[in-house]
Ligand binder design. Structure first.
Ligand code: AMP
Length: 398
C-alpha cells in the first residue's frame, strides 16, 4: 500500500487533525449505537499516546449546510470522553475563533471534537477557503473515516492541500487491506457473491472482479435480469429491462474468460410482498422452471441454496456484497441466511463488502465469524469497482 500510515507519524506535541466517522444513530439526543465511535478508538488512542494535540472532525446526518442542534456532535463528544476516560470538549463550530482558541489550548495527549462539518455547505462543496480554515494550524491530517472516503469533501480531500502530511488511520488502512490488498493475489478459488436489487448498481464490481475471480454467485433481484435475458419467464420479478443486453454481454464475457458465473437454479416465488405470504418454488430454470405472471422471485430457491452453499464450501477467498432475497421479511430470508451461515462457517478469507449483507450478517449474529466486515456502503462498492477514492488518493505517499 503506497499511502502514508498513522504508524509512520511522529506526533509528539504536534497538532493533528483527524477526520473520523462519528455519524452515529441518535434517538432523542442519545446515541443508540456507538460502534462507529469505538471503531475509531485505535487511531485516537494511538495518537493520544504518541502525544498529539488531537483535533477530531466528523459529519453527522444531513443538516444541509445549516447549524442545527438536532445534528450536534455533543453526544459523541460525551461518549468518546467516557470511552477514553478523559474529557473531550466540543468546539461550538468546526471553524472560527472559538474553535481556534480551543485548538490552541490543547495540551499534548488531549483531544477536542469540532462541531458537525456539515453545518457548512462548504464542506460538501469542498470549498478551498473552508478547507484551509478546517486545517487551521495543524500540519498533520489523518483520515480514518472510510464511509466518506469516496466523497471529495473539504474534510476528506480539501483539507489535505493545507497540511504538510496526510496519513490513513487504522480503520481506513484495514478497509484498503481487505477490499484492495487481499484481492490482488487472492487465495484460490476466489468466489464473489453478489446480490441485491439491481444489476446497474453492481455492474462495475462484476467487470472489475471478472478477471480476478474464479466464480460468481448471483442472487437477489439481479438474477432475474439475467434469467429474462436468457429467455426464461420471470413473471413480475424485479427486472431492469434496459440492462438485458448488458446481462448477455456479461454472461458472454464470463464464458470467454473461463470465469464460472452461477445464477440460482431455482427461485422462491410469491404473489404477495409481505410477511407470511404464500410462497412456491419456481422449479429449476432450464428443466421446466418458470415464474408465472402475478408471481415474483423473492429469494433463491431450495436448489439455489444447495448449489450456493456447496460453492461457498469450496472457496478460499470470498467477497460477499448484497442479499440473496428480500431478507428484511423473514419469509423471504432463508437464502440470505443460508449463504451467510455458509460463509461464516467457511475457513476461507471472508470479506463482507458493505451495505445490506452487513446488516444481514449482524442480524444473524455472525459478524465475529467473518474475517472482515466493511464499515462503508458506497465507499466499499467503489473500491470493489477498482476505483481510487478521492479521500485516499489525496493522502501523502509512504
Ligand atoms: P442493494 O442495495 O442493491 O444491495 O439491494 C438490497 C435490497 O435488495 C434489499 O433491500 C433487498 O430486499 C432487495 N432485494 C433482494 N432480492 C430481491 C428480490 N428478489 N426482489 C426484490 N428486491 C430484492
Amino acid at each position: 500500500m503506497s499511502k502514508l500510515s498513522i504508524r509512520d507519524l511522529d506526533v509528539q506535541g504536534r497538532e493533528v487533525l483527524m477526520r473520523v466517522d462519528f455519524n452515529v444513530p441518535l434517538k432523542d439526543g442519545a446515541i443508540t449505537d456507538d460502534t462507529r465511535i469505538r471503531a475509531a478508538l485505535p487511531s485516537i488512542e494511538h495518537l493520544l499516546k504518541g502525544g498529539a494535540k488531537l483535533v477530531l472532525c466528523s459529519h453527522l446526518g444531513r443538516p444541509k449546510g445549516q447549524a442545527n442542534p438536532e445534528f450536534s456532535l455533543a453526544p459523541a463528544a460525551a461518549r468518546l470522553g467516557e470511552l477514553i476516560g478523559a474529557e473531550v470538549k466540543l468546539a461550538p463550530d468546526c471553524i472560527g475563533d472559538e474553535a481556534a482558541a480551543l485548538r490552541a489550548g490543547l495540551g499534548a495527549g488531549q483531544a477536542l471534537l469540532l462541531e458537525n462539518t456539515r453545518f457548512h455547505s462548504e464542506e460538501t462543496d469542498n470549498d478551498a477557503a473552508f478547507a484551509k480554515q478546517l486545517a487551521g494550524s495543524a500540519e498533520i491530517f489523518v483520515n480514518d473515516a472510510f464511509g466518506t472516503a469516496h466523497r471529495a469533501h473539504a474534510s476528506t480531500e480539501g483539507v489535505t492541500h493545507h497540511v504538510t502530511t496526510s496519513a490513513m488511520g487504522f480503520l481506513l488502512a484495514r478497509e484498503l487491506e481487505y477490499l484492495v490488498g487481499k484481492l490482488e493475489s487472492p487465495e484460490r478459488p476466489f468466489l464473489v457473491i453478489m446480490g441485491g436489487a439491481k444489476v446497474s448498481g453492481k455492474i462495475d464490481v462484476i467487470s472489475n472482479l471478472m478477471d480476478k475471480a474464479d466464480a460468481f454467485l448471483i442472487g437477489g433481484a439481479m438474477a432475474y435480469t439475467f434469467r429474462k435475458a436468457q429467455g426464461y419467464a420471470v413473471g413480475d420479478s424485479l427486472v431492469e429491462d434496459d440492462k438485458l443486453d448488458l446481462a448477455l454481454e456479461i454472461l458472454k464475457l464470463a464464458e470467454e474468460k473461463g470465469t464460472r458465473f452461477l445464477l440460482p437454479p431455482d427461485s422462491l416465488v410469491t404473489n404477495e410482498f409481505k410477511e407470511g405470504a404464500e410462497t412456491r418454488d419456481s422449479g429449476v430454470f432450464g428443466e421446466g422452471g418458470a415464474i408465472e405472471d402475478g408471481w415474483q422471485g423473492i429469494d433463491i430457491g431450495p436448489a439455489g441454496i444447495e448449489a450456493f452453499v456447496e460453492e461457498v464450501g469450496k472457496a478460499r477467498t470470498i467477497v460477499w456484497n448484497g442479499p440473496m432475497g428480500v431478507f428484511e421479511i423473514p419469509t423471504f430470508a432463508k437464502g440470505t441466511e443460508a449463504v451467510a451461515r455458509a460463509v461464516a462457517a467457511s475457513d476461507a478469507v471472508t470479506i463482507v463488502g458493505g451495505g445490506d449483507s452487513v446488516t444481514a450478517v449482524n442480524q444473524l449474529g455472525l459478524d465475529d465469524q467473518m474475517t472482515f466486515i466493511s464499515t462503508g456502503g458506497g465507499a466499499s462498492l467503489e473500491l470493489l469497482e477498482g476505483k481510487e477514492l478521492p479521500g485516499v488518493a489525496a493522502l501523502s505517499e509512504a
